[in-house]
Design a protein around this ligand. Structure first.
Ligand code: PLP
Length: 474
């Protein structure tokens, strides 16, 4: 564990150049002229709302700081689901964006452009793969990897036509397209969207024996094993030590592509460039997204070596915007920031600090906090929902917001804490302080004010496919 001294030295060393950035005051340009409530009402009137947001309106942001239209300041503990690892509106990324936007934004892949090759070279050399296939959103990256695995399965593994299977994990989240939700255990994501995509089997995350069993039984048909090295949306679920290595060994043994969805866990979030680096394993296919666009543009990418990537031929897959020059310039700057500001090391050290603080809060409220877990700045606090009831993690997040900290629950009882990796030590401490204050000062009143919950979670949450209650409140 890093000593306090070395943590401070590390932070002041790396961040000396950025101390001129002020997070205390509203950045240039005043607050929005519309009030938060007016804007929220407008959104409910005019927009299809497929999320359940915390009622705060982002108006400006810098680093880890967010301002609402009224000029109130908050600390971001979500980072747009890890898309803003580098911090909001990072000056180097903004410079790349503006300069490129004034020169060339789109060529389509019908022609060449002078930015994509630079991005492709930077990304492949940084992660040690032969080739990259660029897309835009994370879900598109996942779709691309699945298509690639199927094509490889038929061409190289000689799986009989229409029989290719992709194995994924219970509790996974890979996006919202039909292929991605076809792997989901979350009824809200799947109900009403049937039929789901065929050619798909599920296995428990972190269970090496179950994986081997499925590979043994169906290995001849299995093209790929798609998984998150740390499950994000499921509640920052970290597999047992040795699991990633076991996945690597089993995939090699049964000639199955190991496909790591590092869209959320990658790009320094977990304290390593890739979460797979924690066990020094090299997947056959890596999917990146989110922070690849520096919180500015949707940029995703699939990395693989030639023997896999070249299974897809020209004309068989693509995207109008994938590899566009504007996204490419932004992605190069985003990667440079992660490397130059040593965000992986920073994430590892600050993550330890955050968990240390959170464990202190847990010691104060052992009945309320079931577990503090995480790697780097990819963290979650799992609450004991019975002790908390009728209050939920969402209610706690509402109070955190009142205390200046923006976090989002996942499922009923988990609060994810994933601030930008550029967060300062002081801002980091605000997270645990706010949680401590909510549990100590607000909870009793919240319990009194909230009517008892009459919903049975068991009935609501049992997975349609396996009947298990993965997201049961604990
Ligand atoms: C692991 C993982 N894969 C894929 C996605 C989908 O990315 P996007 O929302 O950019 O389509 C997400 C989004 O949260 C994710 O966490």
């Amino acid at each position: 564990m890093a000593s306090k001294k070395s943590l401070h030295r590390f932070l002041t060393g790396v961040w000396r150049g950025r101390q001129i950035r002020s997070f205390g005051a509203l950045p240039e340009g005043s607050a929005s002229s519309e009030s938060s409530q007016h804007l929220i009402n407008l959104e409910y009137n005019w927009l299809f709302c497929s999320y359940h947001p915390i009622p705060i309106v982002f108006s400006q942001a810098k680093g880890s700081s967010i301002w609402d239209p009224e000029g109130n300041k908050y600390v971001d503990f979500l980072s747009a689901y890890s898309a803003v690892n580098q911090g909001h509106c990072h000056p180097r990324i903004m410079k790349a964006l503006v300069e490129q936007a004034q020169k060339l934004t789109l060529s389509s892949r019908a022609f060449y452009n002078d930015r994509f090759p630079v991005f492709a070279e930077r990304l492949t050399s940084m992660f040690g793969y032969d080739m990259v296939l660029p897309m835009n959103t994370g879900a598109e990256g996942v779709e691309t990897a699945m298509k690639l695995a199927r094509k490889w399965g038929y061409l190289k593994k000689k799986i009989p036509r229409d029989e290719a299977i992709i194995v994924s994990c219970c509790g996974c989240f890979h996006g919202r397209t039909l292929a991605a939700i076809s792997m989901s255990c979350d009824n809200e994501a799947t109900r009403g969207f049937w039929p789901l995509l065929p050619g798909h089997l599920k296995v428990d995350f972190g269970d090496q024996a179950a994986l081997e069993k499925i590979f043994k039984e169906k290995g001849d048909q299995i093209a790929g094993f798609l998984f998150e090295p740390i499950q994000g949306e499921a509640g920052v679920i970290i597999p047992p030590d040795g699991y990633l290595q076991a996945v690597r060994d089993l995939c090699s043994k049964y000639n199955i592509l190991m496909i790591a969805d590092e869209i959320q866990s990658g790009l320094a979030r977990s304290g390593r460039m890739l979460a797979c680096d924690w066990e020094n394993v090299r997947p056959d296919v890596v999917i990146l997204g989110k922070a690849l666009g520096g919180g500015v543009l949707p940029v995703s990418a699939v990395l693989a070596d030639k023997d896999v990537m070249l299974c897809i031929q020209p004309g068989e897959h693509g995207s109008t915007f994938g590899g566009n020059p504007l996204a490419s310039a932004v992605a190069v700057a985003s990667l440079d920031v992660i490397r130059d500001e040593r965000l992986a090391e920073r994430s590892a050290q600050l993550g330890e600090e955050l968990r240390e603080q959170l464990v202190k809060v847990q010691r104060q409220f052992p009945n309320l906090i079931k577990e503090v877990r995480g790697k780097g700045l990819f963290n979650a606090v799992e609450l004991n929902s019975k002790a908390l009831s009728p209050v939920t993690a969402y209610d706690i997040c509402l109070r955190l917001k009142e205390r200046g900290v923006l976090a989002k629950p996942t499922h009923d009882s988990i609060i994810r804490l994933t601030p930008p990796l550029s967060i300062s030590l002081d801002e980091l401490h605000e997270g645990s302080k706010a949680l401590q204050a909510v549990l100590e000062l607000d909870l009793l009143k919240m319990k009194k004010e909230k009517p008892e919950n009459t919903t049975s979670h068991a009935a609501v949450d049992a997975c349609d496919r396996c009947g298990r209650n993965l997201y049961a409140s604990s």
